[in-house]
Each structure stands twice: as C-alpha cells, then as structure tokens.
Design a protein around this ligand. Structure first.
Ligand code: ZN
Length: 397
C-alpha cells in the first residue's frame, strides 16, 4: 500500500487542538497513520510527498442533509423525485461530482425514490463513479397528505413499520420521516405533526431495532417536539423552531441539522420555484424567522451540524451563514466536519484528522479561520487516501 506524506502550510485537524503550522499528515493506504508538526512527525522512508505547503488542510466536509438526484434550480423537487430511475441516477452522478469537487467527502442522503441512493452509494464505494461517501435513507417516510410525499406514502403504524423495514432490508443506513410541513411544496407550512405519536414511535423503534436511528424533517412546533419526545436522533431544518423547541432538543441531546442554502441561497428553492407565490411566501417567511432566531439558537448550547439539502457544492454557504449568525469560524469548521460526523454517528471513522481514521482531507487556498469565503477555494480533495481527480476545480461559486 502506498504511504503518502501530505505537507501542509496550516493543519486544522478538527479535534479541538489549535491549528498547526508546517504540519504533515502521513497516510497509509486509506487511513491516517500519523499527524503532527513536520519537524517532529516521522515519515516512513519511501513515502510519496504530496506538497500542499501553500494550503490550509482540514478534514473533508460532511454534508448532513442532501438528496442525490435533486437540483432545486429546476423547480418542483418532489416532482423531480418522481422521475424514472435512470434519469435519477444520471442526475445523481453529475450532482455528487460537484459536491465532491467542493470538498464534501461524506454526505447523508435524506430520501430518494426507487432506492436509487442505495445503488449510487454502492457504485461510489465500488469506484464506478466519483462522489462523496454516502449514508442513505432509501425512501423518506411521509403520510399521504404530508410534505415529502413523492411516489409512495406510509400511513398508520403498520405501514410506517413496513416502510422502515423495507428501507433497512435494502441497505439504508438510517430512517427518514417527514413530520411537519415544508418550504418547497405548495401546501401549508404547518408545524403541527402530520404523523401521530404512535407512527413516529414505530419509525424510531424499527430504526433502533436495526442498530440505527431515525431522522425527522421538522420545522418546529408540536411536530418537532413530538419527534424529539419519541427519540429521533436528528431534527432536519428547524427553520421555524422556537426557544422551547430548542430547549427540548438540548435536554434530549438531539442534533439540529441546519439547512440554510435551500431556502436562503438564490440557487435553492428560489432558483426553481421563484415564480410560485405559494412557495416564495414561505421562503421569505422562513428567511425572516431564521434571521431573527438562529443567532440565538446557535448560541443556546444545542448541538448542530449542517447540510445543503441538494444545493450541490454549496457547503461553504452553510459555513458562511453560521458565521453570519455569530458562530466563530473555528466552530463553523467543526460543524462542517467533526460535529457532522457525530450527528451522523460516524465519528469513529471520519470528521477529524487523527491516526486510524479514514484519510479524507481537503486543501484550501486561503485561511477560512480568517475569512470563511476561502472555503469556496477547495483545490485538493482526498477521500480514503486517494486524490480525487477531476475534483480540483477552483472557486466553485
Ligand atoms: Zn431534504
């Protein structure tokens, strides 16, 4: 196996340690063997050198919430999910390449039809197509009259169980359930629960029985609280969450997965559905509420990470928005790496640059701790110890 010595100008390992100047990461095959100052970290004889001495090096980004096949700029996201499997797979192939190029080495997929996400995850693992390492949900569980319903719906405790079990049997990594209304569909953005307590509990139970967890789409209010009370691991979006919702999440140690790009970035919902007043009213409302409340939420002590929700390649926007809302640049980088790994329960494998972990790292032209806009300049991506060729474009905006 190849041993490589990655030389870095500045190393941010995301462990909480201070950045190290003039550092080296020793990569043995797909794993990290050693990390530290170049002057004191032994490099095995014969190691290849990867010279990134003019770059800032950090762990690969973890996008905790996306969809492989969706491009929000095309509009009607649920309609996009209803396309046939081949167009879905082709769209996913293009989208995931853009995510990888922008520095995302791990991505959690939060619902696809036809189990396309499972096939795509396996194709990436087999080296057939480039892309981030995927954690997938299979079909999102949504009630017939709820947000998130695409080709299939699951109503009643038994159908929720069957849906969760089918996803898990086919190889899903976690279970996704839609609890409240949403921004991108025309219906009311209700924060009451579209599912009963018993239905939510069934999804959580089936996930836990299979050794994993359930994640809930919930914007706030009664639906969010029901999901938290019934034991979901992550709350997705929470754009309308109030202080009492966040307090309950803190108490139950539930992760908040922020998804700012999808309703704030011009290439998000606005890009594709900007002409639909029923949707744009909700976009503007969510922006107003989030601008007012997120600075407080993010300082509350709730554990948070972030995701682009299909705005492919836009993780830097997520991190910039965290900073705009008062999060320190250091913590924004942690949210994009280690905290994302913890939220997705893969922190033993990825999220920090430490011996034994997967060699997923990115190099940046500039210093994101001084200016988060540097995150748009990812110029080298390594995943599992391999340089991702074709993923070294500059300035992905
Ligand atoms: Zn989503």
């Amino acid at each position: 196996m190849t041993v490589r010595a990655v030389r870095c100008s500045t190393l941010f390992d995301a462990t909480g340690a201070a950045p190290v100047r003039d550092a080296v990461v020793v990569v043995d095959g797909s794993r990290i063997a050693a990390v530290g100052p170049a002057a004191s970290t032994p490099v095995p004889p014969g190691a290849e050198t990867l010279d990134l001495r003019d770059r800032f090096v950090m762990p690969g980004l973890i996008d905790c919430h996306s969809h492989a096949s969706i491009v929000p700029g095309l509009g009607d996201q649920l309609g996009q999910l209803c396309r046939a499997p081949v167009p879905q797979a082709l769209a996913a192939t293009r989208n995931l390449r853009a995510d990888l190029a922008a520095g995302t080495t791990t991505m959690r997929i939060m619902g696809e039809e036809h189990f396309v996400d499972i096939e795509v995850r396996d194709a990436i693992e087999a080296g057939i197509i480039p892309g981030p390492r995927l954690l997938v949900a299979g079909r999102g569980l949504a009630p017939d009259n709820g947000h998130g319903r695409a080709l299939t719906s699951y109503d009643g405790v038994d159908e929720v169980r069957r849906g969760a079990r089918e996803n898990l049997r086919r190889g899903a990594n976690h279970v996704k359930i839609f609890v409240t209304g949403g921004v991108s569909s025309p219906g009311a953005m209700s924060t009451s629960s579209a599912y009963t307590r018993e239905e939510i509990r069934a999804a959580v139970e089936e996930a836990e029985r299979a050794g994993t967890y359930a994640a809930a789409h919930a914007h706030g209010g009664a639906g969010l609280r029901l999901a938290v009370e019934e034991g979901v691991g992550t709350i997705e979006h929470a754009a309308l969450a109030g202080d009492e919702d966040i307090a309950l999440m803190i108490e139950r140690r539930v992760w908040l997965i922020c998804t700012f790009s999808i309703f704030m970035h011009p290439e998000g919902i606005e890009g594709g559905d900007g002409q639909r007043p029923a949707i744009m009213d909700k976009v503007r409302w969510s922006r107003r509420v989030a601008d007012e409340r997120f600075p407080r939420h993010l300082a509350s002590g709730v554990r948070f990470a972030c995701g682009t929700d299909s705005v492919h390649g836009r993780m830097p926007f997520e991190l910039q928005t965290l900073v705009r809302f008062g999060v320190s640049p250091r913590e924004a980088l942690l949210a994009g790496t280690r905290w994302g790994a913890e939220a997705c329960r893969i922190d033993r494998e990825v999220g920090t640059l430490e011996p034994g972990k997967r060699a997923d790292l990115i190099a940046i032209d500039g210093d994101p701790l001084a200016d988060m806009a540097a995150m748009w300049r990812v110029s080298h991506v390594m995943k599992d110890g391999e340089t991702q060729h074709g993923a070294s474009g500059r300035d992905h905006r």
